[in-house]
Design a protein around this ligand. Structure first.
Ligand code: XMP
Length: 317
């Protein structure tokens, strides 16, 4: 019978055999899959696993530090790389969603490869591929291509000529979470909402600037905190704030304001392929709207997205 404990035991054994005395490098994202995969590989080979966690400047507020702290607590050998400014520089002036995605994906690979060069004798590349990724890439694009830009490192294995280590290849998401609990990974990380690889860059409509990132990080942090405090976080599949490229007039005291609008998105879904807008209680929306407008200077209007997928998508870009 499959149990998380037996899976961990057998997988660690198998990883030791596959890897032998070689070194493994791996990109960590703060997501469930890469964290669970890395923790398993670490149990097998200890510090011969070299994790790289890149701050691309479009993570959630405080996320880089918090996730890095969690990795340290788990004992992982991870290097945090602050590449924020590089990403902001390359994103300057770019407004097309697909171009922004390409820039972020490409730059990620550059940064990762540069880090890999500093480590002597890397033989393998760790990846958090799970079973649905395997099926999807086989059925849609043939066995060697990963479709989701998601995995950020889609093009890496071929480019780097490294043997793959994919301990989660036969697991579904719920099984990955169970294994994660077995490994002592914090619940909060394991049950987080999905977050796109291009991060807040595709939730800032139009050009991404450092100032806009900060504004959206603040609004998004208030939204996420409120969802957690009101016990609604686990009832939605994904949620986030979107910074719209419009300013509108408001009033504060006896001053007119002219500031940005934030859209709140929350959906229920099974796999993200279809989604319904989450029917969050009016009281909650009223409260979070007040909190965002009061706490985040630069935002004077909050709207709620009531579109389902299809025909809308979950992200706005
Ligand atoms: P859409 O907007 O297509 O999103 O309804 C479906 C799910 O995919 C995520 N998403 C992405 N994830 N890179 C990613 O890693 C991307 O470029 C990307 N675009 C969308 C989105 O957050 C949702 O969970």
């Amino acid at each position: 019978d499959w149990t998380p404990a037996s899976f961990v035991h057998e997988t660690v054994e198998h990883l030791r055999q596959q890897i032998g005395s070689r070194k493994v490098i791996m990109a960590l994202s703060g997501g469930v899959d890469s964290t669970v995969a890395a923790t398993l590989i670490h149990q097998a080979i200890g510090d011969r696993l070299y994790g790289i966690f890149v701050d691309n400047g479009v993570l959630r507020k405080n996320e880089f530090q918090q996730v890095l702290d969690t990795y340290k607590q788990l004992g992982l050998n991870v290097k945090g790389v602050d590449a924020k400014n590089l990403f902001y520089t390359r994103l300057a002036g770019k407004v097309s969603p697909e171009e922004k995605r390409k820039i972020i994906g490409g730059l990620f690979i550059e940064v990762f490869e540069a880090e890999a060069k500093h480590i002597d004798g890397i033989g393998l590349l760790g990846q958090g591929t799970i079973y649905p990724d395997v099926i999807e890439s086989v059925s849609v694009h043939g066995p060697s291509v990963t479709i989701k830009s998601h995995h950020n490192v889609g093009g890496l294995p071929d480019r780097m000529h490294l043997e793959l280590v994919e301990p989660l290849r036969f697991l579904f998401k719920d099984e990955v979470r169970k294994v994660g609990l077995e490994l002592g990974i914090p619940r909060e990380l394991l049950f987080r909402h999905p977050f796109p690889g291009p991060g807040l860059a595709i939730r800032i409509l139009g050009e991404v600037t450092e100032d806009k990132v900060r504004l959206l990080q603040d609004a998004d942090a208030v939204y996420t905190r409120s969802l957690r405090e009101s016990g609604l976080y686990d009832s939605v599949w994904q949620a986030g704030a979107i910074l719209l490229p419009v300013k509108s007039v408001g009033v504060m005291g006896d001053e007119r304001t002219y500031e940005f609008t934030v859209a709140l998105r929350a959906v229920t879904s099974v796999d993200g392929m279809t989604a319904d807008w989450a029917h969050l209680p009016y009281d909650f929306l009223a409260k979070v709207s007040n909190e965002i407008i009061n706490e985040v200077r630069g935002i004077n209007r909050v709207v709620y997205d009531i579109s389902s997928k299809p025909p809308a998508t979950i992200e706005w870009e």
